[in-house]
Design a binder for this molecule. Structure first.
Ligand SMILES: Cc1cc2nc3c(=O)[nH]c(=O)nc-3n(C[C@H](O)[C@H](O)[C@H](O)COP(=O)(O)OP(=O)(O)OC[C@H]3O[C@@H](n4cnc5c(N)ncnc54)[C@H](O)[C@@H]3O)c2cc1C
Length: 435
């Protein structure tokens, strides 16, 4: 049985490599060079569209831990990155030409992989398919996927609000509670006095923004505007939007605060909190500087910063199984940024898992997912099971279950979590994959 993979980006290439290593025949469809995305520049497989770094290699960073797990899984992208490495401090910088050439060559030389250069506009009806067409999936295919998964369940833009570590929030400067007392203690309300708000508002107006790319000009739509754009519309606009205090009473004063920012739990353990309705195009540095002016967030540790991009992705939490195939059509798998993960490393890693599971599907073996203590397992768990709306997520430590023992020192805690993750990944490889 031949597996079809749509998209020769980071995820598609990893999936193809894995399937070939499992002895399966693969057809890898890539539309470039006949049809280019607005960001790709070459016909190479595994092209990096922007920065030439794959992020940190330190085990105490989410992306670094994920890389170590990918090495254990025999990742082609990691192999190419080592081959193409350039000095970049603790980050994994690569020469992008050498990197993509290595991947292209490896796949072209692999007898079980056939590479077909054409735009695919529908998911093939028959056979096993992995869809890995990325954030810039061509229009026709995106339309077809939307019809398949449900009109509301494929997004064309992301609108990411920042996420902070709960233990870095000053809970003495706000209170738990939902608007009009509905919904229990689902939200933490960061209180701002008029003076706090004024200072915050003025800096928001001054904040430096990331420029929109030409193909992103139509990104703004009412109901999903960046906070700085709302601020630009007037001093009080935010007070009728994401910072509205109505329906909330501060138990300390018995009064409605002047303004609030609501934080909502991002995971079941409540270790991560997102800033509700705070999608933004401020630069990362400016987000940290300006959002820390909100008293509760003075010492906040941001694990994800806000962004708004052109990004095609599905609501995996509503359409995929935990094994990355469609709930309503089990022979169709998804991988890469299109499943709601963020960045080169995470996209590639999910390609490996889709390859593993597509291969198990063909061989009639039960589908599988790495343990929740691993970064890959935790990320997949997040995107396939998040409650409510899914916005793209990157690999961060806050997704991992806490250690049984409480460790105060943050670095030590992360080191132990990383060692636990690698042990669990090795066990999974030995007991499940190599069984
Ligand atoms: C402008 C921009 C800048 C970015 N900058 C960064 C960055 O600096 N760092 C970072 O970590 N991440 C960045 N990203 C995100 C990054 O692109 C992804 O994380 C990563 O490339 C996703 O891998 P993927 O395999 O899912 O998709 P891609 O790498 O995009 O691969 C998808 C492939 O599918 C092909 N394709 C699309 N539609 C079809 C079709 N219908 N038929 C056949 N082939 C098709 C495309 O040509 C492409 O080769 C950026 C994204 C964009 C859009």
């Amino acid at each position: 049985m031949r597996v079809s993979i749509l998209g020769g980006g980071l995820a598609g290439c990893e999936a193809a490599w894995r399937l070939a290593k499992e002895g399966l025949k693969v057809t890898l469809y890539e539309m470039r060079p006949f049809k280019m995305t607005p960001a790709h520049r070459t016909d190479k497989l595994g092209e990096l569209v922007c920065s030439n770094t794959l992020g940190s290699t330190e085990l105490t960073s989410g992306a670094g831990l994920l890389k170590a797990e990918m090495n254990l899984l025999g990742s082609l992208v990691m192999e190419a990155a080592k081959h193409a490495a350039v000095p970049a401090g603790s980050a994994l910088g690569v020469d992008r030409e050498i990197f993509a050439d290595y991947i292209t060559h490896a796949l072209e030389q692999e007898p079980l992989i056939e590479i077909v250069r054409k735009e695919v506009d529908r998911i093939p009806e028959e056979g096993i398919v992995i869809v890995a067409t990325g954030p810039l999936t061509s229009e026709k295919l995106a339309k077809h996927i939307r019809e398949l998964v449900g009109y509301d369940l494929l997004y064309f833009y992301d609108a990411v609000s920042p996420i902070v570590e709960a233990d870095s929030v000053d809970f003495s400067k706000g209170f738990w509670g939902s608007r009009y007392g509905k919904g229990g203690d689902d939200y933490f309300n960061c209180v701002l006095t008029e003076e706090d708000y004024k200072k915050f508002y003025e800096e928001l107006l001054r904040g430096q923004k990331v420029e929109l790319k030409d193909f992103e000009k139509e990104i703004y739509f009412e109901g999903c505007l960046p906070v700085e754009e709302l601020a630009r519309r007037g001093f009080r606009t935010l007070l009728f939007g994401p910072m509205k205090p109505v329906g909330l009473k501060d138990p300390k004063t018995g009064k409605q605060p002047f303004a609030v920012l609501q934080l909502r739990k991002e995971n079941r353990e409540g270790t991560l909190l997102s800033l509700v309705g705070f999608q933004t195009r401020l630069t990362y540095g400016e987000q940290k500087r300006i959002f820390r002016l909100i008293p509760c967030l003075k010492n906040a540790t941001f694990v994800r910063l806000g962004s708004m991009h052109r990004n095609t992705f599905i609501q995996s939490n509503r359409v995929l199984t935990p094994f990355l195939n469609l709930r309503k059509k089990e022979s169709v798998f998804f991988a890469g940024q299109i499943i709601g993960v963020e960045g080169y490393t995470a996209s590639a890693a999910t390609g490996i898992l889709a390859g593993i599971n597509a291969s198990r599907f063909v061989k009639g073996k039960p589908l599988t997912v790495p343990p929740a203590e691993t970064m890959l397992g935790a990320l997949i768990h997040y995107v396939t099971s998040k409650e409510g709306e899914l916005q793209p997520m990157n690999p961060v430590f806050g997704l991992l279950p806490p250690l049984e023992e409480k460790i105060k020192d943050k670095r030590k805690r992360k080191e132990l979590m990383a060692l636990r993750a690698l042990d669990k990944m090795k066990e999974w490889i030995e007991n499940v994959l190599n069984e």
